[in-house]
Design a protein around this ligand. Structure first.
Ligand SMILES: Nc1ncnc2c1ncn2[C@@H]1O[C@H](COP(=O)(O)OP(=O)(O)O)[C@@H](O)[C@H]1O
Ligand SMILES: [Mg+2]
Length: 253
C-alpha cells in the first residue's frame, strides 16, 4: 500500500531578501486508493504544494518532509520522482513541436518502467487506453501540447495516468475551461484510478469537478495552511457558502 506523507512542509519562492514563504506548515497523508481534494481560494498556495512536490526549481522547501513509502522525495531528481511512482500532471505542460504524443508517452513509459516497451505492445496498449478515453486515434501523432484545447490537455493528462500507472497522482485542475463532455471523460478517468491502487490528490478551486469525482477527504487551504478537513459534504458546503469563512480565518493567522 503506497503512502505519500507530507510533514510540516514550508515552501518559499524568490531569492534572499525577496524570499516569501508561501506554504507555512502543511501536513497531509495520501494512501493508495484514496482520493483527496484540496480546495481553497486563489492564491492560497494549492499549486505551490503541487510544484514543490514535483521538484520545480522555483519553489524552495525550507523545512519539513515529503516521503513516498518512507523514501525521501525531496532528495530525488524530477525523473526519480516519476520512477518512484509519483505523477504530477503539470510536469510537462510545454509545447514540443516535432515530438508526437505517441513518442512522448513511449519515453515517459520507458523512464518510469526502466526499460523501453516493445513498439508493438506499446502501440496496442496506447490504442486501448485512447479508446477507453474516447480519444481520436489521430491525436497520437499530434505535436506535444501544441494547440491543445483545454479538453485535449486534460484527456492527455488522463492518458498519461493510464499508461504510467503511478502510485500517487497529483492533479492540479486550475483549468476551469472544460466543457461538460471533457469533464466527464476526465472525471471517469480519475475515478477509475482512484478506485484502484492509485492515491489521488485533486487540487481544485471549483467544486464543479467534485460533482463527478467523489473525494474521500476534502481539505481546505488558506494562506499556505490546511485550515479545515472533512468528507465530501465539505465540498458541498463550500459550493453553497464559498471560502469567505476560511479566508477570514487565514487572514488572522
Ligand atoms: N513563482 C512564483 N513567484 C512568486 N510568487 C509566487 C510564485 N508562485 C506562487 N506565488 C505566490 O504564491 C501564492 C500562492 O500561489 P499559488 O500556489 O499559485 O495559489 P493557488 O494555486 O492556490 O491559487 C500567491 O500569492 C502567488 O502570487
Ligand atoms: Mg493554482
Amino acid at each position: 500500500m503506497a503512502t505519500l506523507e507530507i510533514r510540516d512542509l514550508h515552501v518559499s519562492v524568490g531569492d534572499g531578501a525577496d524570499a516569501t514563504e508561501i506554504l507555512r506548515g502543511v501536513d497531509l497523508t495520501v494512501q493508495a486508493g484514496e482520493t483527496h481534494a484540496i480546495m481553497g481560494p486563489n492564491g492560497s498556495g494549492k499549486s505551490t504544494l503541487a510544484y514543490a512536490i514535483a521538484g520545480h526549481p522555483k519553489y524552495e522547501v525550507t523545512s519539513g518532509s515529503v516521503t513516498l513509502d518512507g523514501e525521501d522525495v525531496l532528495a530525488m531528481s524530477v525523473d526519480e520522482r516519476a520512477r518512484a511512482g509519483l505523477f504530477l500532471a503539470m510536469q510537462y505542460p510545454v509545447e514540443v513541436p516535432g515530438v508526437s504524443v505517441s513518442n512522448f508517452l513511449r519515453s515517459a513509459v520507458t523512464a518510469v518502467r526502466g526499460e523501453a516497451p516493445k513498439l508493438r505492445e506499446f502501440s496496442k496498449e496506447m490504442k486501448q487506453a485512447m479508446d477507453a478515453l474516447a480519444i481520436d486515434p489521430a491525436f497520437a501523432q499530434r505535436s506535444l501540447n501544441e494547440g491543445f484545447s483545454g479538453g485535449e490537455k486534460k484527456r492527455h493528462e488522463i492518458l498519461q495516468l493510464e499508461m504510467l500507472r503511478p502510485k500517487v497522482a497529483i492533479l492540479d485542475e486550475t483549468d476551469s475551461g472544460l466543457d461538460v463532455d471533457a469533464l466527464k471523460v476526465v472525471s471517469e478517468g480519475i475515478t477509475r484510478f482512484a478506485s484502484g491502487d492509485t492515491g489521488v490528490l485533486l487540487i481544485t478551486h471549483y467544486t464543479r469537478i467534485l460533482r463527478y469525482v467523489k473525494p474521500d477527504f476534502v481539505h481546505v487551504f488558506s494562506a499556505g495552511r490546511l485550515v479545515a478537513e472533512g468528507g465530501p459534504e465539505l465540498a458541498d458546503e463550500l459550493e453553497e457558502e464559498g471560502y469567505e469563512k476560511y479566508t477570514k480565518a487565514g487572514a488572522s493567522l
